[in-house]
Design a protein around this ligand. Sequence first.
Ligand code: 13P
Length: 336
Amino acid sequence: MSLNTLEEIAQYIVSDGKGILAADESNPTCGKRFDSIGVESTESNRRDYREMLFRSSGMKDNIGGVILFDETIRQNAQDGTPLVDLIKNQGALPGIKVDKGLAPLESSPEETLTQGLDGLDERCKEYLTLGAKFTKWRAVIKISDDIPTDGCIQANMEALAKYAKIVQDNNMVPMVEPEVLMDGNHSIEKCYEITSKSLKMLFKCLKDEGVNIGGTILKPNMVTSGSIAESQASIQKVAEMTVQCLKENVPSDLPGITFLSGGQSDVNATAHLDAMNKIGGFSWKLSFSYGRALQQPSLKAWLGKEENITKAQEALSHRAIMNKLAANGAWNLDLE
Ligand code: 13P
């Protein structure tokens, strides 16, 4: 498959049920993950961990793209091979997180606006030379009693659209991530309402900016109950409401929707994806762009020890295989 156009790149990443490994944790976030296994977050430990992931045999055929953090796209493996080349050798495309994280929103300081439009064009030009084929920008929408405000949704979706346009002008595929957080005790209906509102605004802004939808990937949350809500929606209900919300708001020429896992357990994230693909009836590929739900079992097996590398790689491979099955609606719990 040639990968000359934005459309071809986007389609390749999600071809045949492949998905994305999100390994773009910032250094502070990586530090939190390493704290949980008692490993110090040094540059070389972060490199060793990511090298271990990218050399896993299950990357091949199951992972179409890997999102990296700025530090990682510049790092070499222990034998001197650029980590970007390890990814390409597995048949996956390197991607890069280009936003600069969250800052309080002026008009409503308990909410956030994602930063990073300043200098984005220059950063894109450099990342392209470093091998990046796609990029990611994450906007965060929080649900609580009086939030999100309309201003927060609008400001974040406008920024996502401006980002996407700049990235496409630099010949990379923008992944747009409007994450409605699971945190809270809200109902699944509330999550539906806010996710729907955010997606509507996002696609309006993308259109206004002249973004090519056929060369864009959407990375949304699933429609779920709040993480501490007393009543938790079933797998089937999450799948049905998520598919309905996407059908209502996402244009049919978008090539791929790759979900974030957002704090779901690894098996739940797979089960939800599988249930949605079993429902079917949509034109986009419905796949995964998981961070924690792909990496967690591998991180726990690794523990920073060389002798655990094989076990840790098997754990990542297993999750990658399970999620590709789910992206084809061909997974079941017995396979776990
Ligand atoms: P999780 O799947 O752990 O939510 O991470 C995905 C991601 O890239 C968040 O921006």
